[in-house]
Design a binder for this molecule. Structure first.
Ligand SMILES: C[S@@+](CC[C@H](N)C(=O)[O-])C[C@H]1O[C@@H](n2cnc3c(N)ncnc32)[C@H](O)[C@@H]1O
Length: 335
């Protein structure tokens, strides 16, 4: 049974951003990375990281109270359970996701305005070919999340030797590389904007066992996708677009499929009746703040895009992993 609603619980919910900002500051200042190397005293941390004693003391005490840190004999350390996730470069490191969240805080503070107008926050948007620290955080966060989601999926999707797979909007290509590594003889391509290429190239090192994986530079708004492909994987792309663009894009994918080929869409699946994962619903607000028309979609809406593209055998495969807000919908192009 969920906790009853009352004043303190509602106030706590409205203050939840304090906790978020405290964790983000720990990563942004380098405190978390420093403590990942070993415990340290306040004075040493203040000197090494060039942080004010007053600010650092307040931050350390907050993180200690939240349980992210421990303190023994004056030495602050990462809680042993949190450490693997806050150690830069560790297999389950979430630092880039934390930095990506930090990059969005100022825009989220203008949510009221976005809800009133239905428009994203007005600000200059840098073109996709220019690398900025924010863009690096974004691609690395996508990479780190995908590294947790992708292993083992190839068998579930029925990937096989001799197939050609397109990872549309694949970014750093974690899915394409992992699918290829788990399916000898599979040929994969990532289709993405030019700005994603260096992250795709960087990711190659992490998958020495992957076979043939290529990068197709393009803009899915303008360009056809090539093909034919036996499999097209569209992961976490549609939520960045409005329904009309999603229809167009899924139709484009349908055209690029070989007869009998399969399309898989992975998305944060939203339940309009509020029974789904809260993350998927909140992600729709994230798209409101950040994009012109993006949103989270329900399983039915995603299935409708596939049906409108003339695809058949549409099936909801359920959550990508247990308790994951992401799910997968499959469809087949008639032979
Ligand atoms: C949220 S990320 C998802 C990355 C990856 N598929 C995953 O699931 O981790 C969305 C991806 O779509 C790409 N993208 C956005 N607009 C695009 C466009 N017009 N043409 C091609 N790719 C685009 C972005 O560069 C990014 O890599």
């Amino acid at each position: 049974m969920s906790e009853p609603w009352n004043g303190p619980r509602l106030t706590g919910l409205s203050q939840a951003y304090w906790q978020a900002c405290a964790l983000q500051a720990a990563v942004q200042t380098g405190l978390a990375a420093r403590l990942a190397q070993g415990p340290a005293e306040l004075e040493d941390l203040s000197r090494e990281l060039a942080l004010s004693r007053r600010g650092l003391h307040a931050l350390l005490t907050s993180l200690l109270t939240l349980g992210v840190l421990t303190k023994h004999g004056g030495l602050y350390g990462l809680h042993p359970e949190a450490a693997p996730f806050l150690t830069p470069g560790a297999p389950r490191d979430v630092s880039n996701a934390v930095l990506h969240m930090a990059d969005m805080v100022c825009d989220w503070a203008k949510l009221e305005q976005c809800v009133r107008t239905g428009q994203p926050v007005e600000r200059e948007r840098v073109t996709h070919s220019v690398e900025t620290p924010e863009r690096a955080h974004f691609y690395r966060a996508m990479r780190d999340i995908a590294r947790q989601q992708a292993p083992g999926l190839a068998a579930r999707l029925g990937l096989a030797a001799g197939q050609r797979l397109l990872d549309l909007g694949g970014g750093p290509g974690v899915y394409a590389y992992t699918f290829s590594a788990e399916t000898p003889g599979l040929k994969s391509w990532v289709f993405d904007l030019p700005g994603a290429k260096e992250h795709f190239q960087e990711e190659a090192e992490a998958h020495p066992e992957a076979g043939e994986v290529g990068f197709l530079e393009g803009d899915y708004h303008q360009d056809e996708l090539g093909g034919p492909f036996e499999v097209i994987w569209i992961s976490q792309v549609l939520h960045g677009e409005g329904p009309e663009e999603c229809e167009r894009l899924v139709q484009k994918a349908g055209r690029a499929l070989a007869p009998g080929g399969r399309l898989f869409i992975q998305e944060f699946i939203m339940d309009p009746e509020g029974k789904g994962h809260a993350f998927a619903a909140l992600f729709s607000l994230n798209m409101l703040v950040n994009t012109k028309a993006g949103q989270s979609y329900s399983a039915e809406e995603l299935a409708d895009f596939m049906a409108l593209a003339g695809l058949a055998e549409i099936e909801n495969l359920g959550a990508t992993r247990e308790n994951s807000p992401a799910g997968i919908i499959k469809a087949v192009k008639r032979a």
